[in-house]
Design a protein around this ligand. Structure first.
Ligand SMILES: Cc1cc2nc3c(=O)[nH]c(=O)nc-3n(C[C@H](O)[C@H](O)[C@H](O)COP(=O)(O)OP(=O)(O)OC[C@H]3O[C@@H](n4cnc5c(N)ncnc54)[C@H](O)[C@@H]3O)c2cc1C
Length: 481
């Protein structure tokens, strides 16, 4: 067996040995762990934790990473055993992801432009109450609750259109500035003020909410921040970049750049800080000491950790209450291209139990459909969860067959991944409720004694993995200074 310089370690560290993994594939060898007190322990081998560890090692620190799962990458998760390598989490970087592009270069993974594959999907068919509607039919449909000026806008387009066109946030990079606190209202109130009636908000947002379970749950200020980031990315240029061979290759390659130990299967459960250092205790009873601890975990899981001394004030409130998006992803394969029979787009936006269906074009050519990726957000994600994997997949397949008789017997359920049910994620991304941006965002990530916080949810100038990387830079500077 080939031994790599990088040590992914697993399991028996408490006994003084640890098993080394090559990539995320399997055990390779054992080696002793221990020795002098480390400079820093990083909790979580997602993009934020891995990059923090790398940055600190570049500055000469000794660093150990503890990861609860048996794989690295967290919310970057490719199904390597399915056609087209469907992504259950992170999909792509925009052109302005300077940090993401740099991380990929450093790690030696190849990025390629997937935007032609996205474009090959050619939009989505609208299905309401099981019936297909073209844009023209939608514009005059009695089901259309939008104001006259917006009748031709499809349900999935309208919220971004209104937030993008009418944002009152002068500079999106200042979204956490207390001077913008008055904008930290619910998305529902923002959309009402733009003339959208409640039935329109329910259809356009609550059916498939990006944040929370309804427009009442989501801070309009957070959507304005998101809108600013998206516009900045568009200014940087066109294109969407993904990792050739699956996005999971990126965290695996980032992990291989590390010199220190990366212990897998190590769920941190407690952090005790004292005058001479801090101790992390794991669920298996093992413990590790360092001068500093970086908590690169979403607050939805960090809230299960026992901090001694306890967190205080706004930070305690943020760790305990910051929301996280309920979202589930399903993957189906198809036996035949049934859409060639019914002449409708295989991609669909539905108000039914199948959620949003996106045809995947990740075969040898841009046009070949490799499967269907479905997203359920908010309450629909929870409904799928309540049904359980196999019943939910069955319902999804039956729903598509009912909507599209040509699909009868042609759909093969393959996978379903619930981010909310994943104990080491708790959801897809951070959700600030109305009032929480003003109350929490500017102070919640401050160091608490020897403990520092990073991760996507703590980013203030970028979203997604670019935000995770931004947060790792901030936390590395905090520690080094
Ligand atoms: C469906 C979906 C689509 C997305 N699409 C995009 C996209 O197109 N573009 C984009 O930029 N972003 C996208 N994102 C967001 C992006 O994936 C995340 O923002 C980013 O990966 C978060 O990285 P992180 O390091 O902050 O957190 P995570 O990836 O969650 O890493 C945290 C790590 O901590 C580990 N952990 C948890 N608890 C413990 C514990 N107690 N002890 C030790 N370890 C623990 C976890 O296992 C995990 O590895 C998407 C996310 C989802 C879910």
């Amino acid at each position: 067996m080939i031994l790599t310089r990088r040590s992914f370690t697993l399991g028996a560290a408490a006994l003084g040995t640890a098993t080394v993994l090559d990539g995320a594939t399997g055990p390779r060898r054992t080696k002793p762990v221990g020795g002098a007190m480390l400079d820093t322990i990083v909790l979580g081998a997602g993009i934020a934790g891995l990059n923090t560890a790398w940055l600190l090692e570049q500055q000469g620190q000794t660093v150990m990473v503890l990861e609860a799962r048996q794989r690295v990458g967290g919310r970057v998760f490719t199904l390597l055993d399915q056609p087209g390598l469907p992504e259950m989490g992170f999909n792509s970087m925009a052109a302005g992801y300077g940090r993401g592009i740099d991380a990929a270069k450093r790690a030696g993974v190849e990025l390629y432009d997937v935007s032609p594959r996205y474009r090959a999907a050619g939009g989505m068919a609208l299905f309401l109450g099981g019936q297909p509607l073209t844009r023209e039919q939608w514009a005059v449909s009695p089901l259309n609750p939008f104001p006259d000026a917006l009748k031709t806008v499809m349900p999935w387009e309208i919220v971004n259109k209104l937030v993008g066109a009418r944002t009152p946030l002068a500079d999106w990079t200042e979204w956490t500035d207390p001077k913008n606190a008055a904008l930290d209202i619910s998305l529902r109130d923002f959309l009402k003020a733009q003339g959208l009636p409640d039935p329109a908000i329910r259809l356009a947002y609550d059916t498939s909410p990006y944040y929370g379970t309804s427009a009442f749950d989501a801070s309009a200020l957070m959507l304005e921040y998101n809108d600013g980031f998206v516009k900045a990315q568009a200014l940087a240029g066109p294109g969407s970049l993904a990792v050739r061979g699956g996005n999971s290759k990126l965290p695996v390659a980032m992990a291989k750049l590390l010199k220190g130990d990366l212990l897998m299967d190590k769920e941190a459960v407690a952090i005790d800080s004292a005058a001479d250092g801090a101790t992390v205790t794991c669920a298996d009873g093992s413990s590790f000491r360092a001068k500093r601890i970086v908590c690169a975990l979403p607050f939805s899981v960090a809230r299960r950790l026992k901090f001694t001394p306890g967190l205080a004030g706004v930070q305690a409130q943020a760790v305990a209450t910051l929301g996280v998006q309920p979202l589930s992803v399903a993957f189906l394969t198809v036996k035949t291209n049934y859409w060639e029979q019914d002449k409708l787009n295989p991609s669909m936006w539905t108000d039914g139990p199948a959620g949003t269906v996106l045809a995947q074009h990740f075969g040898p050519t841009d046009t070949e459909v490799t499967g269907l990726l479905l997203q359920a957000r908010g309450n629909l994600a929870r409904y799928w969860d309540r049904l359980g994997k196999s019943a939910a997949l069955d319902l999804i397949a039956r729903t598509i067959e009912t909507y599209r008789p040509a699909a009868k017997g042609q759909i093969v359920p393959a996978a379903l991944h619930s981010w909310e049910n994943e104990v080491f994620s708790g959801g897809a991304w951070a959700v600030f409720a109305p009032g929480q941006v003003a109350a929490l965002a500017s102070t919640m990530s401050a160091p608490a004694g020897r403990v520092h916080f990073c991760g996507e949810h703590t980013a203030v100038g970028a979203r997604g993995i670019e935000g995770a990387l931004e947060s790792s830079e901030r936390v590395a500077i905090e520690i080094l200074s």
